[in-house]
Design a protein around this ligand. Structure first.
Ligand code: IVH
Length: 677
């Protein structure tokens, strides 16, 4: 074959192969069998091997994968790739709907038209086409900059390498890379066989396959692409003059992109709700996983008017499905001991896949919950989990209770130290009665050194457990006398000179401790970080807290009967009071917050909310500042809010404050307002 002949045959074959790809992946109606497709592909490969100078990146042969890369280059997106706000239930969707109606041009005169589609559970990519050719593919990354994965994307057969003639000369197309459920199962089966770790879910498998430095691996994974967005350069209206999202998707399909067949366009909220319901129950029938529907304002002009908040468009929402639930069999209940001695039951059950993760245990919280659920070992139970939320046992299928089901009995003896277990009066919890139970000591020390307490690096759980076992420490005060045992520590196996020095230095450094951290660290029942911060402002110095009466304690904000009694009990008991005194004896020094005359504070008595990010203070430091200056820090914006401090990337709280006409200032203005530098 002469070169010109080859060139023309190659051109024909490429067009024909891509046409069959389109029929198969986009139109879902193949015209030829796999073997005919394969024979065309082989012919093309042979010709390209003979005339290698005719190979171009858009050739279908290049889908098998180019040479491996050393690393992915980063890629700056021409437009920021945003994510979506979520609605977790119907009420949250209604809120979105009402807000859009209110903010729509036309002042609520017209019911807005929405486009509804699946929320694919994969990973987002951006494809850029210049003069009809795919020139780059990139992952989302942080929204501004992602990773360049062009060669990998070329291996995905449903991504067109060339667009139909007449397409705009520049296009950015957005969509999701997915792995179909069937391909996921096959991949995991093969990995099991090869004793390779399995992927937890199709999304992870898709992400792992796309982010391969060797494109040949990606090529072997049968990934799919589904598009859901498009942008033209600068002026969005240039997309063939189409200003409806729904129609733009139809246009993408014409250009050669796979677009979901399951879409509706409607102005009726009943239709939207119906679409949600249909797929919440119908999603099992799909070849791919979805975790909700996406509802987008259809008119792109109106989209522009509504604009974006910090991370997401205000004209779209992901209305998620209810958490995934599975039934399984409860095999055993395990008991653990917390830092207050509380015994917590944990359910151990046959593993189930729930929203992508393999789950085999869930806390039952306490024995009241066991009674409430009326659950027995051997029961068929219902376990629920949504997204990355902790799994929960939500019910029991009573009809399936086997004859040999066993009740869950409160253990008489502590599972760790064997001491008596008792229920304190008026309390739900059962506790180990041994104050020196190794589990309690371990948990207390873990809490004492944690970040919101003494923040001692290098005294992790494992090391602490070892020290307790070796009787080097038997309570938190012993941490500060560890330095007297330096030689002993250095003689320990797998604990070198350097780590001992580092640990002792970290302990020394932690001795100067902020007051609220100190209160949190010593472990008073019902006194967590939040209450510790309140007490730190209200009772200075520490001696005042140690001797305050219950009534005095109750005068502080948010301190009620139970907390006040617990604080009194803590300092009234010899062992705990002595432990605290020992801390002082070994040189622990409390750093008190600066006293402020609250009477002339500009925020005295005001409810102040912080949203977004600030350079000058963290969320916790903000709350402390507000309290110190006599204000009340709050998490949510409402009619009672007096002031919103809005930092960078402020989101919905800022919108809400604006709509309520609340005073809004920057973090810098807040610092100036308080008169601090
Ligand atoms: S639109 C400007 N549509 O969900 C809005 N996203 O939670 C950009 N996703 O990063 C996204 N299906 O990975 C859109 N039909 C759909 C989607 C979808 C899945 C993903 C996408 C995005 C994430 C946001």
């Amino acid at each position: 074959m002469t070169r010109p002949e080859a060139e023309s045959r190659i051109g024909e074959l490429r067009l024909e192969i891509e046409r069959h790809n389109y029929l198969y992946y986009v139109m879902d109606s193949p015209e030829v069998s796999d073997s005919i497709y394969d024979s065309m592909m082989r012919e093309l490969q042979k010709l390209e091997a003979e005339f290698p100078e005719l190979i171009v990146p858009e050739s279908p042969t290049q889908r098998v994968g180019a040479e491996p890369l050393d690393k992915f280059d980063s890629f700056t997106h021409p437009y920021r790739m945003t994510s979506l706000n979520n609605a977790l239930n119907g009420e949250e969707f209604d809120e979105f709907y009402k807000r859009v109606v209110k903010e729509m041009p036309g002042e609520g005169l017209f019911a807005p038209v929405f486009s509804c589609e699946h929320k694919f559970d994969g990973l987002a990519i951006e494809l850029i086409y210049e003069n009809g050719s795919l020139v780059s593919a990139s992952t989302r990354g942080n929204g501004e900059v992602g990773e360049l994965i062009t060669t990998n994307a070329r291996t995905i057969k449903s991504i067109p390498l060339r667009l139909k003639p007449g397409c705009p000369d520049w296009l950015a197309v957005y969509g999701e890379v997915l792995m179909y459920k069937q391909d996921f199962s096959a991949l995991n089966a093969a990995r099991r066989e090869a004793e390779e770790p399995e992927f937890a879910n199709p999304r992870n498998a898709a992400a792992g396959s796309l982010r391969q430095l060797d494109p040949k691996i990606t090529a072997g994974r049968n990934l799919r692409f589904n598009s859901y967005g498009v942008k033209a350069r600068e002026d969005e209206k240039k997309i063939n003059g189409i200003t409806s999202h729904f129609e733009r998707m139809n246009y993408l399909k014409e250009l050669g992109f796979p677009v979901s067949a399951h879409r509706i366009r409607t102005a009726s909220i009943d239709d939207i709700t119906g679409f949600h319901r249909k797929w919440e129950f119908g999603r099992e029938s799909l070849e791919y996983e979805i975790d909700g529907i996406v509802v987008k304002l259809d008119d792109t002009g109106a989209q522009e008017e509504l604009g974006y908040d910090a991370k997401s468009p205000k004209w779209a929402i992901a209305w998620k499905f209810k958490p995934a639930a599975e039934t399984t069999v409860l095999r055993e209940v395990e008991f653990s001991v917390g830092r207050m001695g509380t015994i917590t039951p944990t359910a151990l059950f046959d593993p189930v896949m729930l929203s992508g993760a393999k789950i085999s245990r869930a806390t039952l919280h306490n024995f009241d919950e066991v009674l409430r659920l009326d659950v027995m070992i051997g029961d068929t139970i219902i376990v629920e989990r949504s997204g990355d939320v902790i799994p929960k046992v939500v019910g029991v299928v009573k009809e399936k209770r086997p004859g040999n089901a066993r009740p869950i009995i409160v253990p008489e003896k502590c599972p760790v130290c064997g001491s008596k277990v008792a229920q304190e009066e008026g309390e739900v919890a059962y506790s180990c009665t041994n104050p020196v139970c190794p589990a309690i000591i371990r948990e207390r020390i873990k809490h004492f050194v944690s970040r919101q307490a003494f923040d001692i690096e290098g005294l992790g759980e494992e090391i602490a457990a070892r020290f307790i076992e070796l009787k080097l420490i038997s309570g938190f005060p012993d941490i500060f006398t560890l330095k007297d045992k330096e030689a002993e520590l250095k003689a320990l196996d797998r604990f070198g000179e350097k780590s001992v020095n580092n640990l002792l230095a970290a302990i020394e450094k932690s001795k100067k401790v902020e007051y609220w951290r100190f209160i949190n660290a010593i472990g008073i029942r019902y006194v967590g970080e939040q209450t510790a911060r309140i007490l730190a402002v209200a009772f200075q110095p520490a001696e005042r807290l140690m001797t305050a009466t219950e009534d005095e304690l109750k005068s502080a904000d948010e301190v009620g009967d139970v907390v006040a009694a617990s604080i009194r009990e803590y300092f009234g008991r010899a062992e705990t009071r002595d432990a605290v005194m020992k801390l002082f004896e070994s040189g622990v020094e409390i750093v008190y917050p600066k006293k402020v005359d609250v009477s002339d504070s500009p925020i005295a008595g005001m409810s102040v909310v912080f949203t977004g990010k600030a350079e000058k203070f963290s969320r916790d430091e903000f709350k402390e500042l507000v309290r110190r200056y006599g204000g009340n820090p709050s998490e949510s914006v409402s009619g009672n809010t007096s002031l919103l401090v809005a930092g960078e990337n402020a989101g919905s709280k800022l919108d809400k404050a604006k709509s309520l006409g609340i005073r809004i200032i920057t973090p810098e203005e807040f610092i100036t307002l308080l008169g601090i530098k």
